[in-house]
Design a binder for this molecule. Structure first.
Ligand code: IPM
Ligand code: MG
Length: 362
């Protein structure tokens, strides 16, 4: 088994170092190899996703990814921007199924901006289609308009599109996931306006017939955005397209108090996966040693469970994280009165210590 370790930019290097420390202490048998990605790779090799990095990712069983991006690259041509690295990895590895759990840890109910009773016990799984939709649809570009409201004017356009097999496979992922949970799927669309999402809704409904034990409902994306803050616990598995999933998963993340706690997994059809925190590179706090490494550490746990077939090791990491939270340690993003503020490294050390302690005491 081989893991490609791609820390990236900003806080990426700091948080991935902590996750690697946690993986090391588990003494599992796999090889880890690091490579540059994002702005760091652009600086060194002139491209955010160099051939060598892509090759390493392709030949690995899993990719542990930090974060990419920095404001200073915003002026580069689009193909050279750090974000293209993550989009390129998703596309080249065929990582179409993105799992973004939003779990509210008991100890962190007060870190949310919503009332504790609304989010205590929250456990939602957002399944976002990741290689289609307006993110990848062609054609796209700039041109002179020949019609529309202002013929002759400069215009820009993207294309929203989904094919039947793309919708079918992500729907199956959602129904299968729901079978392991509370057997409920909400498919989020905009079928009242968009052809693409009427098609999406029709196909999800069809696939749903193969899963009579799973309850399926449909919701328009604007209503879903509203219901997520009104009654988030009504959701269980949410399945949606690439763009709506991007937006709703940030919203769901924030319900739990901090995006610094949320891991994610992006899988292809052979269970090869890319694992990354749901948050970004946070250049404003990079290098300060204050970032929360728990989302990345929990992403490593998802990696062990989904791609490396080590569910016990995954459990050990997750239970160590709960122990550390219970002991009152908090990074700045989840700090509240009465808890102890620690930095990135201390948080990683505490997780390592919790794992070792459990090993010793059995
Ligand atoms: C995410 C991010 C990415 C996305 C960006 C960095 C390209 O926001 O993973 O949610 O839009 O998918
Ligand atoms: Mg996003």
């Amino acid at each position: 088994m081989k893991i490609a370790v791609l820390p990236g930019d900003g806080i990426g290097t700091e948080i991935v170092a902590e996750a690697v420390k946690v993986l090391d202490v588990l003494e599992l048998k796999f090889e880890m190899e690091s490579a540059l990605v994002g702005g760091a790779a652009y600086e060194a090799h002139g491209h955010p996703l160099p051939e060598a990095t892509l090759k390493l990712a392709k030949e690995s069983d899993a990719v542990l990814f930090g974060a990419v991006g920095d404001w200073k690259y915003d002026k580069l041509d689009r193909p050279l921007r750090p974000e293209q690295a993550i989009l390129g990895l998703r596309k080249n590895l065929g990582l179409f199924a993105n799992f973004r759990p939003a779990i509210c840890y008991e100890q962190l109910v007060d870190a949310s901006s919503l009332k504790p009773e609304l989010i205590a016990g929250l456990d939602i799984l957002i399944i976002r289609e990741l290689t289609g939709d307006i993110y990848f649809g062609q054609p796209r570009g700039r041109r002179t308009a020949v019609d529309g409201h202002f013929p002759g004017a400069e215009e820009a356009f993207d294309t929203m599109r989904y094919s039947r097999p793309e919708v079918e496979r992500i729907a199956r992922v959602a129904f299968e996931a729901a079978r392991k949970r509370s057997k409920r799927v909400t498919s989020v669309d905009k079928a009242n306006v968009l052809e693409t999402f009427q098609f999406w809704k029709d196909i999800v409904t069809e696939v749903g017939k193969e899963y009579p034990d799973v309850e399926l409902d449909h919701m328009y994306v604007d209503n879903a955005a509203m219901q997520l803050v009104k009654a988030p616990k009504k959701f269980d598995v949410v399945v949606t397209g690439n763009m709506f999933g991007d937006i709703l998963s940030d919203e769901a993340a924030m319900l739990t108090g901090s995006i610094g706690m949320l891991p994610s997994a992006s899988l292809n059809s052979s269970n090869q996966g890319l694992y990354e925190p749901s948050h970004g590179s946070a250049p404003d706090i990079a290098g300060k040693g204050v970032a929360n490494p728990l989302a990345t550490i929990l992403s490593a746990a998802m990696m062990l469970r989904f791609s490396l077939n080590q569910p016990e090791a995954a459990d050990r990491i997750e239970s160590a994280v709960k122990d550390v939270l219970a002991s009152g340690l908090r990074t700045g993003d989840i700090w509240s009165e009465g808890t102890k503020r620690v930095g990135t490294r201390e948080m990683g050390d505490a997780v390592v210590a919790a794992i070792t302690k459990k090993t010793i005491t059995g």
